[in-house]
Design a protein around this ligand. Sequence first.
Ligand code: GLU
Length: 494
Amino acid sequence: MDMKWFEEMEARIPHGKVRTRFAPSPTGYMHVGNLRTALYTWLIARHQDGTFILRIEDTDQGRLVEGAVDVIYKTLRQCGLDWDEGPDAGGPVGPYIQTERRDLYGKYARLLVEKGGAYYCFCDKAESAEDSGDFTKTADPCRDLPPEEALKRVAAGEPYVIRQRIPQTGSTTFHDASFGDITVENKDLDDQVLLKRDGLPTYNFANVIDDHLMGITHVVRGSEYLSSAPKYNLLYEAFGWEVPEYIHCSPVMRDAHNKMSKRHGDPSYEDLLAQGFLTEAVVNYVSLLGWAPKGENSEREFFTLRELAEIFDLAGISKSPAIFDIEKLKYFNANYIRALSPEAFFSIAQPYLKDAIHAPQVDIKLVAPLVQGRCDTLLDIAPQVDFFDTLPEYSNELYCHKKMKTDEPNSLEALNAVLPVLESLNEWSYDAIHDALMGLAKKLELKNGRIMWPVRTALSGKAVTPGGAVELCQLLGREEALARIKKGIAQLGG
Ligand code: GLU
């Protein structure tokens, strides 16, 4: 075998810096667990001033989804997880899309056969078994074929797969940053398929080749890959390559017993955005699903991405599965919403406000600050402001408020007193309305609530509203506000 090409490939590998990669399969959405993997991978790189690489793992052709790679780009960008090397960014060890690396895996698989770490197998196998790489470990007659005979059959065009030659005795130990040393007996490991009949690698082979050729120093992935890790170690060893540091993350759970799963209705990152969560809140919350800050930050919950990059450490990653708690995420989200500047909140809330309020006189820019402090998610906006368009049917009981000392008769009196005062206003501004209503309360020697409560009730038909009587009057505009007060008077029997 001509080694020159392999030497050139080795020569391209950058050394001396931390290099991590996020290696998603293009499924069309971002699972919360995958987002966490991406985040931790990015944080490890950024914390150590390393390089973060995006690699697309699309060898499973059966699962390809149109536009799915764009979803990955978009999500990572939204989350602030910028990559230094990747399909679009380029880099010294590309291509960064596995199907574009197709020819390379065959070469390495054949090299491994030469090195004794793999063998050609000509047995008939179901395609599904090939795809999963999951052949049973009954002695394969091809395992002991003399190499020349195997090569002759290959040359004659006989279809084959390449399988890993796992030692039949001994054991393999690998190290994981959070799980520690794990040892397995080699006899319990399968001679897994590395290269399929169609020439494409299995995931189990491609990830080792790519991680090596891309100079990856830290591999972060889900703990579902733990059981395969010994086989990866044996591959690295058979090639004579250095094994990267492994960080396996326990699954993100829906409850104590079930993993989060899109198929079972659990939200993906995109679903969470559609449910009115902010990216920054999701990222902050997800960072704590399986990692906890230490020392002076151990009690802290709120971190920007930059702060996380500063303090992130492998020691904080937990072995125990984390439970995704939507209520906790709402708590994070509400805090992030409240912390936005009024301008930033308005630009985010604008589409929701526009969808909910059509009354032309209502200035949604003035509504925004009234709801900002009252939302767990952006979907909480619409139900709070629906009354601007249409006054709902409401019961007169709403007028009765113990603390405000209001009841139906005195609410009717209040509205009757308010109506001419507002009708006579020259200017329909916040200050004018405010002074008029307060002045009226003072004149009648009533507590403000005796006036404000009935007015707010008549204007909204709701027990709770963003904004009080004055704001609602101003926002609804003279005509609508007066019409609603008249309606209140009529409804109270006046
Ligand atoms: N493509 C694999 C996945 O999406 C990546 C696993 C890994 O990071 O090695 O699960």
